[in-house]
Design a protein around this ligand. Structure first.
Ligand code: B16
Ligand code: MG
Length: 218
């Protein structure tokens, strides 16, 4: 049975996923690189520098200097941080906060598991840090999704075995990371966008906790 639920941040709790994508779009436009919506989806959950390397690879720029890579990663982060300063409650996915509170009322542990180094600040801006028993972010991990490190670290901190954990993810890389951790997973988005997710919900409206926890059982 499920004893802990692990939430990704961008695209699962807050709609900051579009600001990450906007940051990459602005960077690509500034430098004349190609960037497609398909690539943007593929980059969900992937760390900043690895995302940049994928974009550079797609544009035949794999051999650039580390100084250039660092500068461009910082440029993207500046675009992201500029966009994120104005977020408020309206950027939180409808229903997710009450869903988290309901889980906690059922004594289910809740953790936030994000690849983003900006995750703690986003939680602070929205004043929702205390909603989570644990927060694991890009500052804590050394390997980005699809590596399971972020989820395994959260499970360990919560003291809950991996097979009692359920992950909510909007990223193909995150769904893969949950699978590698031996955790159940619910995709947030569309079945087409998350073909590997065993269960997909479009949003948190009319969520039936019992049914969801059941459907996530093997
Ligand atoms: P940062 P998540 C991920 O967050 C984003 O999906 C991804 O677009 C971003 O590149 C990554 O965090 C790193 O973020 O540049 O802020 O450190 O979806 O795992 O919550
Ligand atoms: Mg995400």
């Amino acid at each position: 049975h499920i004893r802990a639920v692990l939430f990704d941040l961008d695209g699962v709790v807050v709609r900051t996923d579009r600001f990450h994508e906007l940051g990459w779009v602005r960077l690509a436009e500034a430098h004349g690189w190609d960037f497609s919506a398909e690539l943007g989806h593929r980059l969900r959950g992937i760390s900043r520098l690895e995302s940049l390397d994928i974009i550079l690879g797609e544009n035949g720029l794999a051999g650039v200097s580390d100084a250039d890579r660092t500068a461009w990663a910082e440029e993207k982060n500046a675009y992201y941080r500029e966009a994120v300063q104005g977020i408020d409650e309206t950027d939180v996915l409808p229903g997710v906060l009450s869903f988290i509170r309901e889980l906690r009322e059922r004594d289910i542990k809740v953790a936030l598991c994000s690849a983003s180094k900006n995750a703690p600040e986003v939680l602070q801006l929205l004043k929702i840090t205390d909603l989570f028993d644990e927060v694991v972010c890009g500052l804590d991990i050394t390997r980005s999704k699809p590596d399971p490190q972020v989820f395994e670290m959260a499970a360990e901190r919560l003291g809950v075995p991996n097979f009692h954990c359920l992950v909510f993810e909007d990223a193909p890389s995150g769904v893969e990371a949950a699978r590698r951790a031996g955790m159940k997973c619910v995709g947030v988005g569309t079945a087409e966008g998350l073909p590997e997710a065993p269960v997909v919900i479009p949003n948190y409206a009319n969520i039936d906790i019992e049914a969801l926890l059941d459907s996530a059982r093997p």
